[in-house]
Design a protein around this ligand. Structure first.
Ligand SMILES: [Zn+2]
Length: 285
């Protein structure tokens, strides 16, 4: 999955750091990231490359995390660029970067987006300040503290004996087969979310809910939690046409091998297709 970047080591411990010339400085603008193109390969921009043209950028950088010995920073200042640098749509990078680089892009973009949309206090509108002790933004006037925003969401593999319910979204660019999924609402347990989403999207009930794995999915600023559950009662699907264009029971042999291995959804579909669900430690809840 996207977060499995070994042998690289991801370290997001909160620290105060100043960038060195070989550290990456990621410059986000709208839904794009500035990349360095050389010899037909795309790489991250290094701090040293940016300071050659923008000597005052040092004060405007935010340390995000490190991968191996390289620290990753972001900035929102407008940066003077050369023809070597180009803004690339983050969605377009999904098909061209190796998965460990894509994980850096997605995670950095999630954090950078949180910093850029919390510049002012939501209660009294004064500029927020960086906490000195943790990853948080603090209001110097009213004391409001804002922590990074993550949306919890569930993915549910609904099983009926030798079949699994696969879906397609109605209104998203992603048109491949997926699983019933949805965001947790305020006041819900994860079990409540599962029961509500399954009923809302496909009009079914489930039982024997079992936890499988979780995945940070920064493209939607989410933490995804994957579960398998058994159908409880009738298998007649009542589809929510606003959310889904399809919800169909598939047998293993009717499912094609998933091309991409970065998502938890695909891993769960592959687990069913290969009849390996019972080989994993899954916890009954
Ligand atoms: Zn305030």
């Amino acid at each position: 999955m996207i977060q499995d970047i070994k042998p690289h080591q991801f370290n997001n411990e909160f620290k105060h750091k100043t960038p060195k010339k070989d550290d990456y400085l990621l410059i986000f603008k709208d839904d794009s990231l500035m990349m360095n193109r050389s010899n037909d390969s795309l790489n991250f921009t290094k701090f040293g490359q940016i300071t050659e043209l923008n000597p005052n950028i040092t004060d405007e950088t935010i340390y995000l995390f490190s991968v191996d010995e390289t620290s990753i920073f972001c900035t929102f200042e407008s940066v003077q660029k050369t023809e070597k640098f180009e803004y690339c749509k983050i969605d377009s990078l999904r098909s061209v970067l190796p998965s460990w680089m894509l994980y850096i892009v997605a995670t950095a973009n999630h954090l950078a987006s949180w910093y850029s949309t919390n510049k002012f206090c939501g209660r009294c509108a004064v500029p927020m300040e960086f906490s000195k002790t943790e990853r948080a933004l603090c209001c110097p006037k009213c004391g409001l503290i804002r922590y990074p925003h993550i949306n919890p969401a569930v993915i549910i593999g609904i099983i009926d004996n030798d079949k699994i319910l696969l879906t397609r979204y109605a209104d998203r660019p992603y048109k491949k087969l997926s699983l019933v999924a949805g965001y947790t609402e305020i006041g819900e347990t994860l079990e409540d979310t599962i029961n509500r989403e399954v009923m809302e999207e496909v009009g079914l009930k489930v039982k024997n809910i079992q936890y499988y794995k979780s995945q940070p999915w920064a493209f939607s600023e989410s933490l995804l939690m994957g579960f398998f559950a058994e159908l409880d009662g009738l298998s007649d699907v009542k589809i929510d046409n606003k959310e889904l264009s399809e919800a169909t029971w598939y047998r293993r042999e009717e499912i094609s091998e998933c091309e991409s291995t970065i998502s938890l959804t695909n891993e769960m579909i592959e687990l069913f297709r290969n009849n390996k669900i019972n080989n994993y430690d899954i916890c009954e809840i």
